[in-house]
Design a protein around this ligand. Structure first.
Ligand SMILES: *[C@@H]1O[C@H](CO)[C@@H](O)[C@H](O)[C@H]1NC(C)=O
Ligand SMILES: *[C@@H]1O[C@H](CO)[C@@H](O)[C@H](O)[C@H]1NC(C)=O
Ligand SMILES: *[C@@H]1O[C@H](CO)[C@@H](O)[C@H](O)[C@H]1NC(C)=O
Ligand SMILES: *[C@@H]1O[C@H](CO)[C@@H](O)[C@H](O)[C@H]1NC(C)=O
Length: 433
């Protein structure tokens, strides 16, 4: 305002003929202006503050204070003392045609009343199977009472290695965010995954951990992957066709991005609520820009979250490069996981990882895991919340006790060993490099 007035008074001195009309119109302008302001806004602002408000850059030395994004930023406490106590997990378990029974088995093995579960059967599964899965969930008394298991009625066409897989994961996360305000970590499983420890083991081990640590195996894209992953342009027909078909490859190739760095890694992740709110809400455009970029990328589930987390200054320090899975790969080029069986049992246990994949349906090794690692004799893997009497083969989990009382076994100790290694400084030095 002051600037505006000075400018005009300079002109007034040079050309006296304008004095009277100018002053008249100026007074009219000021009168109209202030009557408009006081009529429209009933705020207590006085003239001084108003002139401040209409000069947006007056506060330029106060960086961040003025811009809207600074209010939206979550401040991360990587020391982790902000929230202690029993954590909660949110699981997505996905499957395809013929997977409903395996999904129920995996669900039972990772079930705990503290957690949230969402099941997704993709569009390849016939509607009959989805109904069957929903009725299996509905028929379970515990699920009905605790109300923490959901089946997605909208099923998506998911193309192997395509962006439709990411879209489906993001949809499930959105539902979990909307339906439950309590969980701390999101974990991604498929019907061919299985836990190697009980939820009590896991929940106990995560109790003292910062709620800002993301487990996401990652590395910068280099070597053959630059040519075979970053340069090709693909189209996922699952985005617009109603029948499943393979990814289409265009003849053109694109150059490497220069406004962000590309990262890749395992599609199996354990991500914090805070990071996922950042991805889903998108108040910062990075997660959205990168999502659009990955629409035409081969194997987007192996790169989307990795690239977002490593290109954000705040979150990159929270990424721990491990996927918490035991996975055995085929001989190089390590593109396909091999099916685990009895002969892999010792290696699985030694890995100290909480999950393993992949298993064939009802492979005998799953029974061995149930018996020796989970102690699962009835529906659920036992835990501190199961306080019923096991007499006469009854299910102790049919009587629910306090769900924040955990009974961790010896396996939990081994997992905490893995956690200590992962959280060591040596390991953290490799973050996003
Ligand atoms: C984290 O811990 C360090 C040293 O232990 C301390 O200097 C820092 O202020 C802490 N940060 C937060 C956000 O509490
Ligand atoms: C977590 O911290 C408490 C208090 O320091 C300790 O008693 C407990 O054993 C810790 N739990 C784990 C899993 O380290
Ligand atoms: C999540 O889980 C599914 C399991 O079917 C997997 O295929 C997918 O790649 C996973 N990862 C992401 C980031 O969506
Ligand atoms: C459940 O157990 C926790 C931890 O032992 C305790 O703090 C809490 O008060 C208990 N809740 C109930 C309802 O007994």
């Amino acid at each position: 305002m002051r600037k505006y007035v000075n400018h005009h008074s300079a002109r007034v001195i040079g050309d006296r003929n304008w004095v009277i009309p100018f002053i008249t119109s100026f007074i009219i302008f000021i009168t109209l202006y202030f009557s408009a302001i006081s009529g429209l806004f009933t705020s207590p602002h006085d003239g001084e503050n108003l002139s401040f408000d209409i000069i947006p850059f007056a506060k330029s030395d106060d960086t961040g204070g003025y811009y809207v994004e600074s209010d939206l930023k979550t401040s991360l406490d990587t020391n982790g003392s902000s929230k202690i106590g029993a954590p909660r997990f949110a699981y997505l378990i996905s499957g395809t045609r013929g997977d409903s029974h395996r999904m129920m088995r995996t669900l039972s093995a990772v079930y705990h009343p503290r957690n949230q579960y969402i099941l997704h059967l993709d569009l390849e599964a016939p509607p009959r199977e989805r109904l069957e899965l929903a009725s299996l969930v509905r028929a379970d008394l515990t699920f009905r009472e605790v109300e923490n298991v959901r089946v997605m009625s909208q099923s998506n066409l998911v193309t192997y290695k395509g962006p439709t897989m990411i879209a489906c994961t993001l949809q499930a996360i959105s539902i979990l965010l909307k339906e439950s305000s309590e969980w701390d970590w999101f974990i991604n499983l498929s019907a061919s995954d299985y836990p190697l420890m009980t939820q009590d083991d896991l929940l106990h081990a995560f109790s003292n951990l910062s709620r800002n640590i993301n487990f996401i195996e990652h590395m910068q894209i280099t070597g053959w992957k630059l040519n075979q992953r970053a340069k090709p342009i693909i189209i996922d027909p699952g985005l617009y066709l109603s029948k499943k078909s393979d990814l289409a490859l265009t003849t053109q190739r694109r150059s490497l991005p220069t406004s962000f760095k590309l990262f890749t890694g395992s599609a199996w992740v354990m991500l914090t609520r805070s990071f996922l709110e950042y991805c889903i809400w998108g108040w910062d455009n990075l997660p959205r820009t990168i999502l659009m970029y990955y629409t035409n990328f081969v194997s987007s589930p192996e790169g989307y979250f990795h690239t977002v987390i490593c290109n954000n200054e705040e979150y990159r320090h929270t990424a721990i490069s491990h996927d918490l899975h035991y996975i055995a790969w085929d001989r190089p080029p390590k593109q396909h996981p091999i099916s685990l069986s009895m002969k892999d049992f010792d290696k699985m246990v030694k890995s100290n990882a909480p999950f393993a994949r992949k298993f064939a349906k009802d492979d005998p090794v799953l029974d061995k895991i149930d018996k020796e690692l989970l102690g699962r004799t009835s529906r659920f893997a036992p835990g501190g919340w199961c306080i019923g009497s096991p007499e006469g083969g009854a299910d102790p989990c049919s009587v629910r006790g306090n769900d924040s009382v955990f009974k961790p076994g010896p396996v939990s100790e081994r997992f905490q060993e893995l956690l200590r290694t992962l959280l060591s400084e040596d390991f953290q030095r490799k973050q996003c490099t």
